[in-house]
Design a protein around this ligand. Structure first.
Ligand code: HEM
Length: 249
C-alpha cells in the first residue's frame, strides 16, 4: 500500500465517512425542505405570472445572483468571483474522479487553473466585508468567518500545489478511483495535499449542518419559487385543503 499505509488508511476512512455525511445529509435536508409547508403566497414582486417565468427567474438568481445585483453591486462582484470560480474549479477537479476524462473537463483545465486566484480574491473580498462593514459585522457569527477561512485554506493549499510545489496528481487520481472501486491505492503524502484534502473533508462534513445549505435551499425559497397568481387562483395551504376536505366529508 505504498510508503505510508497509515496515512492512506486514515484518509480513505475519512473520505468514506465525509462522503456519507455529505451525500446522506444533503439528501435528508432536501427531503425536509420539500416537506416543509409554505402556507403563504409570498413571491417577492415584481414576480413572474407563469411557471416558465419562475424557472427563468430561478435560473437568473442561481447563476447570476440577480437580486444581489439589484441590492449591492460590490458584494455581487465578490460573490460572483467566488462562486463562478468554484464552478470552474469543481469542473476541473472532475478529472480526479472520472476516467477517461470527459471533453468538457479537459476544456476547463486551463481556465480552472486560474480560477484558483479569482476564488481566493472573492473569498478575501467577502471576508473583508464581514470585518469592515459595521452592519454586516454586527450579524456575523464565528462560523461565518471560519467558513471563509476554510475556503481560503482550501484555495491557498490548492494554489500551492498548482503553482508552487506540485504534487503527484496521477497518484491522487489513483487514490480516489481506488476509493470508488474499493481497491485502495496509496495516497501521495505531500503536506500541501494533506492540508487540502483535510479541509475538503471538513467542508463535506459540515455542509449539511451549515449555511452552505443555501445552495440546495435557494430552490425551496417561497419568495423566489412562487408564481404571482393570487388574483387568478386562490392560494390554499396543504393543511387548509385537508381541513376543508374533512369538513365537507
Ligand atoms: C476530494 C476532493 C479534492 C481533491 C482530490 C483535490 C485535489 C487537488 C489537487 C491534486 C490539486 C492540484 C492540481 C494541480 O497540481 O494541477 C488541487 C488544486 C486546487 N483545488 Fe482541490 N481537491 C479537491 C477538492 C477541492 C474543493 C472542494 C475545492 C474548492 C472549494 C478545491 C480547490 C482547489 C483549488 C482552488 C486548486 C488550485 C487550482 C487548480 O489547480 O485547480 N479543491 N486540488
Amino acid at each position: 500500500m505504498g510508503e505510508n499505509p497509515v496515512l492512506t488508511t486514515v484518509f480513505a476512512l475519512l473520505y468514506y465517512v465525509a462522503f456519507a455525511i455529505f451525500a446522506g445529509g444533503i439528501a435528508y435536508r432536501i427531503y425536509e425542505y420539500a416537506r416543509t409547508p409554505a402556507p403563504l403566497k409570498i413571491p417577492t414582486t415584481p414576480a413572474p405570472t407563469t411557471r416558465a417565468g419562475v424557472v427563468w427567474r430561478m435560473f437568473k438568481e442561481v447563476l447570476f445572483f440577480e437580486s444581489l445585483w439589484k441590492g449591492n453591486k460590490w458584494i455581487w462582484i465578490f460573490a460572483q468571483l467566488f462562486h463562478a470560480s468554484l464552478w470552474l474549479i469543481l469542473i476541473r477537479h472532475a478529472r480526479y474522479f472520472i476516467d477517461p476524462v470527459p471533453t468538457l473537463v479537459t476544456l476547463a483545465q486551463p481556465f480552472g487553473k486560474y480560477a484558483a486566484i479569482t476564488f481566493v480574491l472573492g473569498a478575501l473580498g467577502l471576508l473583508a466585508r464581514r470585518i469592515f462593514v459595521p452592519r454586516v459585522r454586527y450579524i456575523s457569527a464565528p462560523s461565518d468567518y471560519l467558513m471563509l477561512l476554510m475556503f481560503l485554506g482550501i484555495g491557498i493549499s490548492g494554489i500551492s500545489m498548482t503553482f508552487v510545489s506540485p504534487v503527484d496528481v496521477v497518484g491522487v487520481k489513483a487514490f480516489f478511483l481506488g476509493l470508488i472501486t474499493f481497491n485502495w491505492q496509496p495516497l501521495p503524502s505531500s503536506p500541501n495535499l494533506l492540508i487540502h484534502l483535510g479541509l475538503v473533508a471538513l467542508w463535506m462534513i459540515i455542509f449539511p449542518f451549515s449555511k452552505l445549505l443555501h445552495a440546495p435551499g435557494v430552490f425551496f425559497s417561497p419568495t423566489r419559487n412562487q408564481v404571482d397568481n393570487p388574483r387568478e387562483k386562490r392560494h390554499v395551504a396543504a393543511w387548509a385543503l385537508e381541513l376543508e376536505r374533512k369538513e365537507s366529508a
